[in-house]
Design a binder for this molecule. Sequence first.
Ligand code: RIB
Length: 304
Amino acid sequence: MSISVLGIFVADLAFFGEKIPSEGETIIGKKYIIGPGGKGSNQAVAAAKAGAKTYFISKIGDDHFGSMAKKIYDESEVDYSNVIISKEHSTGAAGILVNKNSGANSINVVPGAAGELQISDIDKATDSIKKSSIFLTQLEAPLEVVMYSIKVANQHLVKTILNPAPAASIDKEIFSMVDYFTPNETEASYYVNHPIETIDDAKQASKKILEMGVKNVIITLGEKGAYFENKNEQHIVSKANLDNPILDTTGAGDAFNAGLAVALSEGKNIKESLNFASATAGLSATKFGTANSMPLRDEIEKIL
Ligand code: RIB
């Protein structure tokens, strides 16, 4: 079965240094890379590379960064017939600062053309959403468009995954239309109003988030793995066993969400799906970049 992803594409400009500079500080960096990014686009590329027929819904500019998007979709076989090419708007970009020792990052993303997505663009993509078994989205595209897309998927009985990144206020009625809610620890704390540092904090937060109406919650916890809960089950997901060191965690959350979507679309049970997601995320962090770091299906299967 196929997957539809709504989200943004931007060009990532990533700078690697001994640390992430603090406010007012300049550091001499070690290297930089420019490559395809944007959470939704990264998720679509990761899902396609992990083996799913994937439709991506977005808007890009008719420019150099837009060509970068088309190149990665051709290479990874993402269906981009629902990616609108705007003559009026430029493709966006993200400035990413990476600590080269830990792989941690900070991001400022400017959505550009994708920030101009309209509700009518979702209507045009409804056939692809209807054909999919999973609909995956985040909160980088305009919020009213994201909310509308979840309603459309829900009306057509397509399972929804909402990756609330970056965290933002969500209409109350939307929570009950979300099958899988996948914040990281920072995003989860936004919704529950307390910090999340331990598995116990994640358990407490998951209960509160389930009360908001979502069916399943998965809090990703970086090095500590992830925590899953629904009204019947709870699982602590350990991080994947990797053969190579962590180089860059940017996009690991996107890889996790894509891996989850792929495994669920194949009918894997929740434990198998969480392990598949964790392996996809772990492998993506062993390479530099975001979309370009997404693993192929056989690489994922090898470490499972
Ligand atoms: O999740 C990583 C992504 O977030 C980057 O590719 C950047 O573009 C931002 O959207």
